[in-house]
Each structure stands twice: as C-alpha cells, then as structure tokens.
Design a protein around this ligand. Structure first.
Ligand SMILES: [Zn+2]
Length: 121
C-alpha cells in the first residue's frame, strides 16, 4: 500500500552515492545533485526485503566484483559508472549487516569506514 506523498517524502535514490531525493528535489535536474551521476535513479518504492543466506550473498558479490574488474581491465567500453554502481550496491548490502563477514573487498572498506567513523564520534 502506498502512503500519501508529501513534499518531504524521499522517492528516489542515486544508485552511485545512495543520496535520496523528494519529487521536489528532482524537478528540472539532469543528474544527481550530490554526485553528478546521470544514470536513472532507483525508485525507493521498489525497495524489497528478501531472504538470502549471507554466504550466498558473499558468493554473488564476489563474482560481481570479479566480473567488474575483469571487464574494466579488458573492455574499453566498460565505463567507470558501471563499476561504481556495482560497488555502491555491494556497499549498501554490507551496511545492512556491518557485523557480518565482509562482502569481498568493498564490504571490507565499508566496515573500515564504519569503524573509523565510530572512533571520531
Ligand atoms: Zn549521486
């Protein structure tokens, strides 16, 4: 069931930087106001909760990251925004369970960032 949208309600999320925006904030813009990404933002209403074993998720993320690095090294048309998108997704997954084993190198970096920011506060 959809709830009524007010001006403050966030409806879209940048795939790259994960910033969230209301309809008002998205008016008349051609790229993400935060990071400048020109790709299609995610519709927040399409967020889903799924059940998966963490080990399965680690396998998927590991292969995604490996494929990403392979393509980046071998295909000139493989753009860096595709790579950023893959890493952004893995990072967002890792952040949901920061205490779990890292989802490859990206997950490791997310954990490091978290523990560093805990020291600052
Ligand atoms: Zn962005």
């Amino acid at each position: 069931m959809r709830h009524k949208l007010d001006e403050e309600t966030k409806v879209a999320r940048c795939l790259i930087c994960r910033s969230e925006f209301s309809i008002d904030q998205l008016r008349d813009i051609k790229c993400c106001p935060n990071c400048g990404d020109k790709g299609q933002p995610l519709a927040i209403e399409d967020d889903v909760a799924i059940t998966i074993n963490w080990h399965e998720l680690r396998i998927l993320c590991s292969w995604a990251a490996k494929w990403c690095e392979h393509m980046a090294a071998s295909d000139q048309s493989w753009t860096s925004d595709k790579r950023l998108a893959i890493y952004s997704i893995i990072g967002a997954l890792q952040e949901q369970y920061p205490g779990f084993q890292p989802l490859g190198l990206v997950g490791e970096l997310v954990k490091l960032n978290r523990s560093n920011s805990h020291h600052i506060h």
